[in-house]
Structure formats: structure tokens, C-alpha cells
Write a protein of this length. Structure first.
Length: 156
């Protein structure tokens, strides 16, 4: 009885993990060099790593990234985006594609941030799309709205 329950619990948790494969992807060389500890970074990749730092960006810029861990195309990730800086707010738009022909996920992020004194506040809309090849009609969308506050003296 305990073995069946343990097997069911492990199977359930592994399925839940695979459903949210790229809901919170990390990106950027600076974040990778810090082993994903990107809370203190304020750059274009903030739209993926830490939306709260989006308000602290001081110049507009584009960014593009590609990673292929272990040399396998199954895990390849392509990400691109643009962050626009203005006097009142910062606006960011980014897209991400993960996977190959058989299993892939696409993500669109739209974020807006503002810095008020030493605090940076941001919110972003995330649209995920999942696709599994054997069933071409199994396209699933999810919409996520997140709000991040961050105190920014350590932001670089």
C-alpha cells in the first residue's frame, strides 16, 4: 500500500514539474555567471529573471540569447527582447522558444516598470503556449500576471 502511494505521489509531482517547464526561465550571461542569482541585476534579461528590476534600467536596449545545454536540440532555448527606457516608465517585450519539433513551448512577456525613489516596481503579462507533436490539436495557452517589488540599491 505504501509503495503504491509513494509511486503515485512521485509520478504526480514529476508531471506537475513537466507542465511548468519554462514558466520562469532564466537568461543572460551575467545571470548564468552568478548561477542564476539574478535578483541584484538590472538589465534587459530582468523581464525573465526578475521583473521587479525592470524599473531600474537606465537605457533602452535589445537582447538576444541562445542556449543548447548538453548539445541536445531537445533542450535548446532561443530568447529575444527589447526594453524601452523613458523618463516615466520602462517597457519591455520579450519572446522565448524552447524545445524541438516534438515538444516545444513559446512564451511572450510584456512588462512595465517604474522606479520610485529607491524602489523599483514592475508587472508583466506572460503568455505561455505548449505544443506536443503526436496530437497537433493539443495546444494549450496560459496567462500569468505577476507583480514584483524590489529595493534597488544593490542593482547593477
Amino acid at each position: 500500500m505504501i509503495k503504491k502511494f509513494s509511486f503515485t505521489a512521485i509520478l504526480s509531482f514529476s508531471i506537475l514539474k513537466s507542465i511548468g517547464q519554462i514558466a520562469k526561465p532564466t537568461g543572460g550571461a551575467r545571470s548564468a555567471e552568478m548561477s542564476g542569482a539574478s535578483l541584484t541585476l538590472s538589465d534587459g534579461w530582468s523581464i525573465f529573471n526578475n521583473s521587479g528590476a525592470l524599473g531600474s534600467i537606465e537605457q533602452s536596449h535589445y537582447f538576444l540569447g541562445y542556449k543548447r545545454p548538453f548539445g541536445l536540440s531537445v533542450f535548446q532555448t532561443l530568447a529575444a527582447g527589447y526594453v524601452h527606457h523613458s523618463e516615466k516608465y520602462n517597457l519591455g517585450v520579450a519572446v522565448l522558444k524552447f524545445g524541438d519539433l516534438f515538444y516545444n513551448e513559446q512564451q511572450i512577456r510584456i512588462g512595465i516598470g517604474n522606479k520610485i525613489q529607491r524602489f523599483s516596481l514592475a508587472g508583466s503579462l506572460i503568455i505561455n503556449q505548449f505544443h506536443v507533436d503526436p496530437n497537433p490539436t493539443s495546444i494549450m495557452f496560459s496567462f500569468i500576471w505577476e507583480v514584483w517589488p524590489i529595493s534597488c540599491p544593490p542593482c547593477y
